[in-house]
Design a protein around this ligand. Structure first.
Ligand code: ASP
Ligand code: MG
Length: 404
């Protein structure tokens, strides 16, 4: 007998028909003799609606009350799923975050889980009852309801699985792909992917799992399987590197259109200039991602380019323009028609030439690279947005990832 956490996202519980279908999947798992806890999201679209109502009252609403409102979506689905299970003869009961309790810090709207105490829940599971747990919610200081950030029920599921044997995340895709199958029809589903790679994929725009859930799984070595809630077939296992015998050099290619580039033309080449530019941006809570500075040929000035998220472009521009007198650059150019393409693979640590292949492939398609950045297992380039499809397809082929 194993203890299993099954998590179903919003599209998997979007209406009563889907909820009944989830109940059947849960019953099947329990009929195999397993102890089951199910974590569910709100019905698809429900949380968006709740967030919209809060913003309609006031864009500057009280974050504590925001959590009180947005946490309700999950209370609906746990009650309905528990009923649906009872209806097919499976003993079940619902659990709100505060009832378990899932104790978090007090950072409303993006709280972090501190502890999960489950003695009563575990006792009842051992006696054969399915625990239906609300994802996304917790309880913070002062007995206030908290939520874990958008997509947070993935993190609830991983947290609930710390002492379980498996954590299965059921969703509307059937696994993690080598790249976006809507753009590259030859994309392949991966059988396994390492925590590190999944973390990089999540951070550059792949929306399969909340980043924090991957961090938590990696830290506590929880094996997470991503699979389809509609079809009965194996998905992708997110696991330790040691579990992956045949490793590809590159596991995935991701892209993010949410990028904007700012170039400062003829910035004085003197010590302290980078601090003078990036200090005020950090103070304005603007994340700078990629940075490139050219060597000055006259020893006096150089061009400096950096990227920020599209949503931050206007504010970043204002911060740098306000500091123009101090910084002494000649001109500012902003461009949001750019995309960041990233090649990810733990194999990069031990195999040279992966970056070279990326640059060569893009060059032979006539695609100019605007900015480059690297980490131990990732190479990212910024290119013009109009080349997104071409770049993804060419790279997918070049790294041998195309499905046969
Ligand atoms: N219902 C929440 C959201 O839409 C949490 C989740 O689905 O993971 O963000
Ligand atoms: Mg999600």
């Amino acid at each position: 007998m194993a203890r299993i956490v099954m998590k179903f996202g919003g599209t998997s519980v979007k209406d009563i028909g889907r909820i009944k279908n989830v109940a059947l999947r849960v019953k099947a798992e329990r009929d195999r003799g397993n102890e089951v806890a199910v974590v569910v999201s709100a019905m698809a679209g429900a949380t968006n609606q709740l967030v919209a109502w809060c913003n309609e009252i006031s864009p500057l609403h009280d974050p504590g009350e925001y959590d009180t409102v947005v946490a309700t979506g999950e209370q609906v689905t746990i009650g309905l799923l528990a009923m649906a299970l009872q209806e097919i003869g499976v003993p079940a009961r619902s659990w709100c975050g505060w009832q378990i309790p899932v104790v978090t810090d007090g950072t409303h709207s993006k709280a972090r889980i501190k502890t999960i105490d489950t003695p009563e829940m575990v006792e009842r599971m051992e006696a054969g009852e399915v625990a239906v747990v609300a994802g996304f919610q917790g309880i913070g200081p002062g007995n206030r309801i908290t939520t874990l950030g958008r997509g947070g029920s993935d993190t609830s599921a991983v947290a609930a699985a710390l002492k379980a044997d498996r954590c299965d995340i059921y969703t509307d895709v059937d696994g993690v792909y080598t790249t976006d199958p809507r753009i590259v029809p030859k994309a392949k589903k991966l059988d396994k992917i390492t925590y590190e790679e999944m973390l990089e994929l999540a951070s550059v725009g792949a929306k399969v799992l909340q980043i924090r859930s991957v961090e938590m799984a990696m830290k506590h070595r929880v094996r997470v399987q991503v699979l389809s809630s509609l079809e009965d077939k194996p998905g992708t296992l997110v696991c330790d590197e040691d579990e992956i015998v045949e490793k590809e050099l590159v596991s995935g290619i991701a892209y993010s259109r949410d990028e904007a580039k700012i170039t400062l033309v003829r910035v004085p080449d003197r010590p302290g200039i980078a601090a003078a530019i990036f200090g005020p941006l950090a103070e304005a809570a603007i994340n700078v991602d990629m940075i490139v500075q050219n060597v000055s040929d006259d020893g006096k000035s150089t061009d400096l380019t950096f990227t920020v998220g599209t949503a931050d472009l206007a504010r970043a521009r204002k911060v740098v323009e306000d500091a123009k007198a101090v910084l002494g650059y000649e001109d500012l150019r902003a461009d949001s028609d750019v995309v960041k393409v990233s090649v990810i693979g733990v194999g990069m640590r031990s195999h040279p030439g992966i970056a070279q292949k990326m640059f060569h492939t893009l060059a032979s398609e006539g695609i100019n690279i605007l900015v480059i950045s690297t980490s131990e297992i990732k190479i990212s380039v910024l290119i013009e947005e109009k080349y997104t499809e071409l770049a993804l397809r060419a790279l997918h082929t070049a790294y041998g990832l195309d499905a046969a």
